[in-house]
Ligand binder design. Structure first.
Ligand SMILES: [Fe+2]
Length: 151
């Protein structure tokens, strides 16, 4: 969980640094997926670089908006700033758009509720190297829904 614009929680950089100092990939664990739930791209990229060589994948989540930066970092960790959501992109991050606009306008509105159009499935596929626990390839995908025709 990120620390910027998120609910208060432990210092993620302190905890991550302690984990990296105490555990060793291929010895204490075979593979490691870090799902970094955060709001801002710089914090996610910093965590990606911190875990480079120690995690198989660092995948950002929470914004619901997929980024186009899937890659292998220099020490072998696969990375994407945000994998996107599984939901209806004809929306405001998966929620009914008009109700969300009304809330921003401080007009009468109700609690956020999901948009219920055709959903997209967003994510990444990673080829893992069983010899060292790192990644050989990463590909992001968006399947179905309103983003499917955007290249
Ligand atoms: Fe979230």
């Amino acid at each position: 969980m990120g620390n910027v614009f998120m609910k208060k929680c432990d210092d993620v950089f302190k905890i991550a640094t302690e984990f990296i100092a105490q555990k060793e990939i291929s010895k204490d664990y075979d593979f490691l997926i870090v799902d970094f739930h955060g709001e801002i791209t710089s914090e996610k990229m910093a965590i990606g670089n911190l875990f480079d060589g120690y995690a198989t994948l660092v995948v950002g989540t929470h914004t619901h908006v997929p980024t186009n930066d899937a890659r292998i970092l220099k020490n072998g960790t696969s990375y994407i700033t945000d994998a996107g959501m599984c939901g209806d992109y004809d929306s405001v991050i998966g929620m009914n758009a008009q109700n969300s606009i009304n809330r921003f306008l401080k007009k009468e509105s109700i609690k956020h509720f999901p948009a219920n159009g055709e959903a997209s499935l967003s994510g990444v596929v990673v080829d893992c190297d069983v010899r060292n626990g790192l990644a050989k390839n990463i590909e992001s995908f968006i399947f179905g829904g309103s983003l499917k025709n955007i290249n």
